[in-house]
Design a protein around this ligand. Structure first.
Ligand code: BTN
Length: 327
């Protein structure tokens, strides 16, 4: 009901809409409308109220409130019903908060979203810069019935979903995936994914897929060491991102790909991933604990490994490692 009141305010924006009209359109009492208006005012929505004209929305805070996202969601499991989405203005790391919820029995599809992370985590023990309101920092809880060895495919699945969401909103940006799950725009990193797992040898307890999408950062918002290699949707498109739509599309696409995996297995995910890849066909160097491995990225195996071919034609499968794209 509250979100439908907000939708009506947005529909009539910049005009007033009377309390009576809202009450009639939503079949609720005038008191219920008044309470909903107060709810949104408490959440930093600037709503003018006039005894003669009714209400008008002057400004929305622009946060990723789940109730605002609800109307854009088509997912069946992830973030649905919307009470499964937990929004924070600030926290240390959405992955950490979601793992705590998982330990307390949170159900599959639970989502944690934050406007700011004070200890955002990247891959390989790195930190992840997550300034307030500038990106989409979210984590999703999944409990797939697969062996732990199959988890790398979920990393590809998450990257595919985000790449699709970016391409839907910004077809001009030609976003693509660098194996396994960095999303690059014009050769710079716009999104990273950190998948964490709680499992035994033959059973997954849960998997947390943490996604960090740089949406509205300007150059000075990045730490100096990242500035040359990182980018944001805003920096590449010149337009502020619609974070609500992007976040909703990321969730919708994750939900779609996850259901596809559950019903048809990894094959369609890998096939689609290849269409979004900017790694395949490129000269690469894989940083590996055993030393750097140069070659050409030629394929992705059925279990999500990157297949790299040396000049002498020998091929090696990499299940982990950091890829550098070479010219
Ligand atoms: C990488 O190093 O490329 C992975 C970055 C993952 C960042 C996201 S932001 C949301 C979630 N919470 C975290 O602490 N990390 C992930």
């Amino acid at each position: 009901m509250r979100s439908r009141v907000l939708e009506l305010l947005k529909k009539y924006q910049p005009d007033f809409v009377s309390g009576e009209t809202i009450a009639r359109e939503l079949s609720v009492s005038r008191t219920a409308v008044w309470k909903a208006i107060h709810y949104w005012q408490d959440k930093d929505y600037l709503i003018e109220s006039s005894p003669r004209l009714g209400y008008r929305l002057l400004q929305a805070p622009g946060w990723l409130y789940p109730v605002e996202m609800e109307g854009k969601l088509q997912s069946k499991l992830i973030g649905m019903p919307v009470e499964k989405m937990h929004h924070f203005l600030s926290l240390e790391s959405t992955n950490e908060t979601l793992k705590q919820l998982a330990e307390k029995g949170a159900s599959e599809g639970t989502v944690v979203l934050a406007e700011e992370q004070t200890r955002g985590k990247g891959r390989l023990g790195r930190s992840w810069s997550s300034p307030r309101g500038k990106g989409i920092w979210l984590s999703v809880l999944l409990k797939p019935a697969v062996f732990p060895q199959e988890v790398p495919v979920f990393t590809l699945l998450a990257a595919l979903a985000v790449s699709r969401a970016i391409r839907m909103n910004h077809p001009e940006l030609k976003a693509g995936i660098k194996w396994p799950n960095d999303i690059l725009v014009h050769e710079k990193k716009a999104c990273g994914i950190l998948t964490e797992l709680k499992a035994e040898t033959d059973r997954i307890h849960y998997l947390v897929a943490g996604i960090g999408l740089n949406a509205d950062q300007e150059e000075e918002d990045f730490p100096p060491d990242l500035a040359p290699s990182a980018t944001s949707i805003y920096l590449e498109s010149g337009k502020k991102a619609d974070r609500l739509q992007l976040a909703a599309d990321m969730i919708n696409q994750l939900d779609h790909a996850y259901h596809q995996f559950c019903s048809q297995g990894a094959r369609p995910i890998i096939k689609a991933w290849k269409e979004h890849s900017i790694t395949l066909g490129r000269k690469v160097t894989i940083s590996h604990p055993a030393g750097d491995y140069p070659g050409k990225a030629v394929d992705i195996s059925a279990d999500g490994a990157l297949v790299v071919e040396k000049e002498d034609g020998t091929r090696k499968h990499f299940h982990a490692g950091e890829v550098t794209l070479r010219r």
